[in-house]
Design a protein around this ligand. Structure first.
Ligand SMILES: [Zn+2]
Length: 477
């Protein structure tokens, strides 16, 4: 096992958005990998497009764990927005408690989709003062200026010294012309706020020397990634829609705060979007699908019965992460078959009778090679699933005695399936559910109800009657 891991852990290729090409992955600190992923805006509903990103980075995390790297994985929680209707001065407790409930809901969805928890999930509002300190640094270095009590990052100055903003991840030329007519009267149209002044309608705000307000969104991620992973780390990830301006802003802030030119992370990875009817799934377009609604059968995909959340997981990973998924119920329905075919391998493999032969007809090495090479090639999960299905065919041939396999190779075949289907793709073997004996449950409920009626506890006895009246007719007279 150790040999296999060592063979493949140095051969991971990642499409690095920073360089706009595929590169061999070489961690900054030998076996330690630090990864930061932009997390959800917790006050909004988490839709399927968001889940796609989080599931994909969960697979990277699982794979790196499988390869026995030491990993520090941080995914933040954005838990404020100035439009939220809370007065934090007076009711911080209520605000914080409500956000906590939303966070638990988010965890529940990710748990159903079988995501591992990152090492730490910082809430942005817990690090306001660290953000204010970073803003002070940017002002002190004269890259931040005060305009009507908001603080803006001076892109004109940054580009005069570095000439990079716009080109770092997005490769676009932005105009350096000072646009005097922009709405906020900023020095340059691309200047972005690192601190937003408080308006009378804003209920969420903090006090600073330059007035009340909230930190800009970009400074939150720079601050938290710097705080927990240092000024330069291995992987920074997120959805492709965050590439510009969010990630580009994170980079230039970090370069100024830390006085370096590291661009915050060595490898930048971006997942493509999920569209529905070829339009991006988003809250603003109101065309989003909530994972819960599919699971609870609120959409007509499985005749309104509950769908296993892991089928949704598989659906979202069977397209390469750099390609767009155009959501369709038809394809989701097809995934049900793919899912059960994959999971059924574990039942089928038990039916193989091993042969007492020194060498099998099966090339185990080639099977290992195919699986590891596909995931090592920029996390090509569709190719990995294709290769796992090829194993499925081999197993069929072993069952039918077309191919012969010995004990040791069967053991290795079992291992590789467990590694990739369970540990890395994060699917789960189905447990045999014991059939529920409804008749027995109803009889027990009837007994309890009779005892309650004797005690004249009619509130609960009536409640039980309401529940079981769907199954039997109760005649108390
Ligand atoms: Zn971010």
């Amino acid at each position: 096992m150790k040999e296999i891991i060592n063979k493949y852990k140095n051969k991971i290729y990642i499409f690095n958005t920073l360089k706009n090409k595929k590169e061999l992955f070489i961690p900054i600190n030998n076996n330690l990998i630090k990864m930061y992923v932009c997390g959800p805006s917790i006050y909004k509903k988490i839709h399927l497009g968001n889940c796609r990103t989080f599931i994909f980075f969960d697979i990277i995390y699982r794979y790196l764990l499988h390869l026995k790297f030491d990993i520090r994985y941080i995914r933040n929680l954005t838990d404020y927005n100035f439009k939220l209707n809370y007065n934090v001065d007076k009711n911080y407790y209520i605000y914080s408690y409500d956000m906590k409930k939303k966070i638990l809901k988010f965890y529940k969805i990710l748990q159903l989709l079988n995501l591992l928890k990152p090492n730490f999930e910082p809430r942005v509002t817990n690090y306001i003062y660290e953000q204010i300190n970073n803003i002070k640094k940017i002002i002190k270095l004269k890259y931040g200026y005060n305009l009507n009590k908001s603080i803006y990052f001076n892109i004109y100055k940054y580009n005069k010294n570095f000439r990079e903003y716009g080109k770092i991840l997005n490769n676009i030329d932005i105009s350096y012309n000072r646009n005097k007519n922009n709405y906020y009267k900023k020095k340059n149209i691309y200047d972005f706020s690192i601190w937003k002044n408080y308006n009378y309608n804003d209920l969420i705000r903090w006090n600073t020397e330059w007035g009340k307000g909230i930190p800009g969104w970009h400074i939150g991620c720079t601050t938290m990634s710097n705080k927990f992973l240092g000024e330069y780390f291995d992987i920074h990830g997120g959805g492709i829609d965050l590439k510009f301006p969010h990630h580009e802003c994170e980079i230039i802030q970090s370069n100024i705060i830390n006085n370096n030119n590291n661009n915050l992370a060595k490898y930048w990875i971006h997942t493509n979007i999920l569209t529905i009817n070829n339009k991006k799934m988003s809250k603003s377009l109101n065309n989003y699908i909530l994972p819960y609604d599919i699971i609870k059968g609120r959409y007509r995909i499985t005749d309104n019965i509950n769908i296993n959340p892991l089928i949704i997981r598989l659906y979202l990973i069977q397209t390469h992460y750099r390609n767009n998924i155009n959501f369709s119920y038809n394809n989701l329905r097809k995934t049900i078959n793919i899912y059960y075919n994959l999971l059924n391998i574990f039942n089928k493999i038990k039916r193989i009778k091993t042969q007492n032969i020194t060498s099998s007809y099966i090339n185990i090495l080639e099977i290992y090679e195919n699986c590891y090479n596909s995931i090592n090639d920029d996390f090509n999960i569709p190719l990995l699933i294709y290769n796992l299905n090829k194993i499925n065919n081999i197993i069929d041939e072993c069952i039918n005695n077309v191919l012969q396999i010995n004990k040791s190779d069967l053991y290795k075949l079992n291992k590789i399936l467990k590694y990739f289907i369970i540990d890395i793709l994060g699917l789960k073997k189905e447990k045999n559910k014991k059939s529920i004996n409804i008749k027995k449950i109803i009889n027990n409920l009837l007994k309890i109800r009779n005892e309650m009626r004797i005690k004249k506890d009619y509130i609960y006895s009536d409640k039980i009657r309401d529940i079981i009246s769907d199954y039997i007719i109760i005649n108390d007279n």
